[in-house]
Design a binder for this molecule. Structure first.
Ligand code: ADP
Length: 493
């Protein structure tokens, strides 16, 4: 057995990567699929696209490397989180399209939960703040709006799952009906303290318990793919939500370890070990990936990260490519007093102001596009720094380094500034595909393909590290300028 196959079922594409014993990429394949927008703010995926693209990229990755499924020690699955599906237990036929995490169709129901005073009740059990992102209200919507679904559910004819569950069920031809702790924790139906589906929440959302999958550790013997799928039965040994997979792929397995993914938005996750930390700053408490009892994680997100760079390119048109932002930012030796708060759709943690709007402060006659571009990159780092501070306060833990990944982490200026403003080293791994890598690591550790985390740490030795170089006075001056800019971006109270 020479390889681990990792399947990364994301929001816009499905990707398969074959890893060898050294944790190196042997081959990969990727396929995009359609985003379906049936109404304003609604987002759906075809379940057949989710499954079909997953199987085809896996087959393609194997074919490219000239590898047979027989040589796969284990399959690991990582997936877009919260997206919900409901299908027929006997035929496998979905009752409707998958409702995607971004879909806002149940926003009103979540507002009602808040008005009814259920925020604390839900937060205590699930670690989540009621929102349409999470699966519970999506499933309730399907059962109430698809003709006949409610009655079929009551008769025990339908099954519910997040994407991992649906994929495993299909790949095994109905033999695996399971999920892992990280995916279950995003449904808003799972009690992260008792580690079980919560009866009171199931009653609140009117969802029959018999529809729900068995919840297992992320590294588990989930079962085998059916022989007809890849020509050989492959053991499925990991299932894990994408952000938690990235945290594991970064080997943030100890309490206090933190990673940030710089994508369109940013996702910051801190491992808090056996402590389910309650946040006073609007962060989410969730479960991390493990091979046994799960660890707890604090999670926060920045709405506009790389999106601010896209705006420079597509909105303002002052850069041609995202990469150019680095060259321009380096042409000036400071931001020249210019600060950019990318509050395009409001500001999230720790400000939580949905009416805040994007703001540029400190423009003078001497301001050039280089200063603006630099201020945009700095603005991404400042927002991450605000989240890190909130997490440190909540967890009572000082972070001593930040692991990073995602498209915008290619930008060396951004990462150096991040290290400077945090005052701690920022570490970027050689393999950017930390999500797929995380699912592979977990599956590989479970099967004994890799011995332990120490072995994996040795494989990951060729990272790039950005060490802080900025003096304390300079850092304090910049942070104070940023705070003033945020103050101006916030809506009038
Ligand atoms: P997602 O998974 O959210 O689609 P990716 O991880 O693919 O995001 O990252 C894409 C984002 O990264 C885009 O918003 C893009 O503007 C930004 N980006 C890509 N390369 C760079 C770069 N060199 N400098 C700054 N931002 C970049």
């Amino acid at each position: 057995m020479k390889y681990i196959l990792s399947l990364d079922q994301g929001t816009t594409s499905s990707r398969a990567i074959l890893f060898d014993k050294y944790g190196s990429v042997v081959s990969s394949a990727q396929r995009e699929f359609a985003q379906i927008y049936p109404a304003a703010g609604w987002v759906e995926h075809s379940p057949q696209d989710i499954y079909g693209t997953s199987v085809s990229v896996a087959a393609e990755a194997l074919a490219r490397a000239g590898v047979s499924a027989e040589d796969i020690a284990a399959l690991g699955i990582t997936n877009q989180r919260e997206t919900a599906l409901v299908w027929d237990k006997f035929t496998g036929e979905p009752v409707c399209n998958a409702i995607v995490w971004q879909c806002r169709r149940t926003a009103f129901d979540c507002e009602k939960l808040k008005k009814d005073g259920l925020t604390d009740f839900i937060y205590e059990k699930t670690g989540l703040i009621p929102d349409a992102y999470f699966s519970a209200t999506k499933i309730k919507w399907i059962l109430e709006n698809v003709p006949g679904a409610k009655a079929r559910a009551a008769r025990g004819e339908l099954l519910i799952g997040t994407v991992d569950t649906f994929l495993m069920w299909r790949l095994s031809k109905g033999k695996i009906f399971a999920t892992d702790y990280t995916n279950a924790a995003r449904t808003m139906l799972f009690n992260i303290r008792t580690l079980s589906w919560d009866e009171e929440l199931l009653r609140l959302f009117d969802i029959p318990a018999c529809m729900l999958p068995k919840v297992m550790p992320s590294g588990s013997a989930f079962g085998f793919t059916d022989k007809s799928v890849f020509g050989f039965s492959v053991p499925v040994c990991s299932a894990v939500g994408d952000q938690q997979a990235a945290l594991f792929g970064q080997l943030c397995v100890d309490e206090g370890d933190v990673k940030n993914t710089y994508g369109t938005g940013c996702f910051l996750l801190m491992n808090t070990g056996s402590r389910a930390v309650k946040s006073k700053n609007g962060l989410i408490t969730t479960l991390g990936a493990s091979l046994s009892k799960p660890q707890y994680v604090l999670e926060g997100s920045v709405f506009a990260g790389g999106a601010a760079v896209q705006w420079l390119r597509d909105g303002l048109g002052i850069i041609k490519t995202a990469e150019e932002s680095e060259t321009l930012a380096r042409k000036v030796n400071s931001n020249g007093g210019v600060y950019f708060v990318p509050a395009f759709t409001g500001l999230g943690a720790p400000y939580w102001d949905s009416e805040a709007r994007g703001t540029i402060t400190g423009i003078t006659r001497g301001t050039t596009r280089n200063h603006i571009v630099r201020a945009v990159l700095e603005g991404i780092a400042f927002q991450v720094s605000d989240l890190v501070s909130a997490m440190q306060r909540d967890a009572g833990t000082e972070i001593c380094r930040l692991a990073v990944d995602g498209g915008a982490s290619k930008n060396g200026f951004l990462l150096q500034f991040q290290a400077d403003i945090l005052g701690c080293p920022v570490r970027r791994p050689k393999i950017f595909e930390t999500t797929a890598l995380g699912a592979a690591y977990i599956a590989g550790l479970y099967t004994g393909f890799w011995k332990d985390v120490e072995e994996l740490k040795n494989l990951a030795s060729s990272d790039t590290v950005f060490n802080p170089e900025m003096g304390e006075a300079e850092r304090a001056k910049l942070l104070s300028g940023w705070r003033e800019a945020v103050r101006r971006a916030l809506s009038p109270q």
